[in-house]
Design a protein around this ligand. Structure first.
Ligand code: ZN
Length: 303
């Protein structure tokens, strides 16, 4: 039986070969934190008042924050980078900007929420009252103009307007024109009030959700509600990673929001520590990881 040892050695050779291949695959498999995650900058809306370079600088600072504790590079900018980072100006920033111009103080706190809510109630009451009075004044104007027109028609049917009547009618016409201009100004003011109220409703709802809802983003990937209520948002859709930033208050806060979303890209979840970058709300402008963030990163990298 000279063939048997030959078959055995072939089997053995095949088995050893397979083990070597598996070992190579296993050793070459990137462990978390060993592989640098690449990103590229997508759309930067200039309505935030920030240049593209300034935004890129903030992104790079946020990316560097995560590499610091492990003295390495976890993220790197690359033209074909895996994560697309966008600065998206939408109705929420527009609403917040409108209110800020009116000197409203806005932040994600219960105090801010209560304050805005009570101001909203007052504004609504003011709006309703002014709207009622304006409607009444428009009616008065309309009946006056109807009377004026009827008068002009009457005199025209009776052989033309007499000198004495003409003077009175001219005065009434001037007064009506003046009244019309005044009414239009008041109508514009009321429209402004309506816009403010609408902006307040948007901002208040956003704060309300920020305060009341837990785990608003990453864990809710695929949930439409998720992106509604975040300053920033990280998502994976059909294998494509995106970070969208929706709000801008100042540079430090922007870096912190970006760092939070980069944390999600590292598959980190929210932290219960309010000082952590990975806390679900952005509660400070500090651009440094907390001990809790570092512990989470190390657990992710080495366990
Ligand atoms: Zn988050």
């Amino acid at each position: 039986m000279p063939n048997l040892p030959k078959i055995l050695s072939w089997k053995l050779f095949f088995l050893i070969g397979l083990l070597i291949i598996l070992a190579v695959i296993f050793l070459r498999m990137p462990k978390p934190c060993q592989e640098t995650i690449t990103y590229h900058i997508g759309n930067v809306d200039d309505r935030f008042g920030l240049t593209r370079q300034e935004f890129v600088l903030a992104v790079n600072m946020a990316a560097a924050m995560w590499g610091k504790p492990i003295a390495g590079e976890l993220f790197r900018e690359d033209a074909q980078g895996a994560i697309e980072i966008n600065f998206v100006y939408d109705y929420r920033q527009e609403a917040a900007d409108k209110l800020k111009k009116l000197n409203y103080k806005i932040d994600n706190t219960k105090t801010s929420y209560e304050e805005l809510k009570s101001r909203l109630e007052k504004l609504k009451a003011e709006h309703d009252q002014r709207s009622t009075v304006l409607a009444r004044d428009f009616n008065l104007y309309n009946s006056r103009i109807n009377t004026f027109k009827a008068n002009v028609e009457y005199w025209n049917r009776h052989g033309g307007i007499m000198e004495s009547v003409h003077k009175n009618l001219l005065q009434e016409k001037n007064e009506l024109n003046y009244l019309w201009e005044k009414l239009k100004v008041r109508q514009d003011e009321l429209q402004g009030l309506t816009d403010t109220i609408n902006s307040m409703v948007v901002v208040i709802n956003e704060i309300a959700t920020n305060i009341n809802l837990d785990s608003v983003d990453y864990q809710n990937t695929g949930n439409a509600l998720g992106r509604e209520f975040c300053e920033g948002f990280y998502k994976i859709e059909n294998g494509k990673q995106t970070i969208n930033i929706y709000q801008f208050d100042n540079n430090y806060r922007l870096v912190r929001v970006l760092a939070h979303e980069f944390g999600h890209a590292l598959r980190l979840n929210h932290s219960a520590d309010t000082k952590a970058v990975m806390y679900r709300l952005i509660q400070s402008d500090a651009i440094e990881l907390s001990p809790d963030d570092i512990a989470a990163l190390q657990k992710r990298c080495y366990n």
